[in-house]
Ligand binder design. Structure first.
Ligand code: ADP
Ligand code: ADP
Length: 226
């Protein structure tokens, strides 16, 4: 269960830039939330605070019934996918996906089961022995997703995961991520500056500007509002 409550959250950088200004939102378990808005409006900062990669200046982050503000990133049951899917160039796909599990000293056969399941979900079973440089952009992005899937986290955070892909592939991957969300039954928080992407994927949109939430609603509600 992963209801996420962001209660009056602020982020100030260098005691001057207010990147996030009174972000207040309840996210339901298994909901697909999209944070959308122009570059610099505070989307990534919000995501990074949820991930524990950035301190919260003020306000509370609660996941389930637990106050998370001071819980280190590693101890949060969260998986994250960034736009520049930093794969390890010298490792094959299998080991790129398995890397985090190996760090956790999981048993070899258990790792293999999880990697193969993720690869099956993503349709990359035939690519496990390839190196990243032998993959297309879309295939690399799937490997990055595979890495996140094997963490079996309750919460998935994605920061512009498709922005390096060409237009056609972006449309295809949007549908795949929506499908993945249904399959994994996780709470998703997805950041994009692309309004169409936001509209097609979100259960609810959170529209941000200058660090402030402008509007929250379903795509229909947002689209129909003046
Ligand atoms: P977005 O993801 O919507 O593009 P960000 O969250 O990256 O926006 O940035 C929000 C604001 O915070 C911007 O004004 C940005 O310049 C500033 N900012 C982001 N990261 C830092 C940082 N590490 N130090 C100082 N200012 C930052
Ligand atoms: P080496 O350390 O000899 O270079 P690798 O890095 O290729 O070997 O593999 C490290 C581990 O990952 C090994 O335990 C190997 O069995 C496993 N592995 C790599 N690729 C695959 C694959 N396609 N299917 C199953 N296991 C794999």
């Amino acid at each position: 269960m992963a209801d996420i409550s962001l209660q009056h959250i602020y982020k100030t950088y260098d005691q001057s830039v207010t990147a996030v200004n009174d972000f207040d939102l309840n996210i339901h378990d298994k909901e697909f939330i999209v944070l959308v808005g122009p570059s610099g409006c505070g989307k990534s900062t919000t995501l990074r605070m949820i991930a524990g990669l950035e301190d919260i200046t003020e306000g509370n982050l609660i996941i389930g019934d637990k106050l998370m503000n001071d819980v280190p990133s590693k101890k949060r049951n969260i998986a994250m996918v960034f736009q520049n899917y930093a794969l390890y160039p010298h490792m094959n796909v299998y080991n790129n996906i398995a890397f985090g599990l190996k760090l956790r000293k999981m048993k070899k056969d258990e790792i293999e089961k999880k990697v193969k399941r993720a690869a099956h979900i993503l349709g990359i079973e035939s690519l496990l022995d390839r190196k990243p440089k032998e993959l297309s952009g879309g295939q690399r992005q799937r490997v990055a997703l595979g890495r996140a899937i094997v963490r079996e986290a309750d919460v998935f955070l994605m920061d512009e995961p498709l922005s390096n892909l060409d237009a056609k592939l972006r449309v295809q991957m949007r549908a795949e991520i929506s499908k993945l969300h249904k399959q994994l039954q996780t709470t998703m928080i997805y950041v994009t500056h692309d309004q169409i992407e936001a509209m097609t994927m979100a259960d609810r949109l959170v529209i941000m500007k200058d660090g402030v939430i402008q509007q929250v609603g379903t795509p229909k509600e947002v689209y129909n509002s003046p």
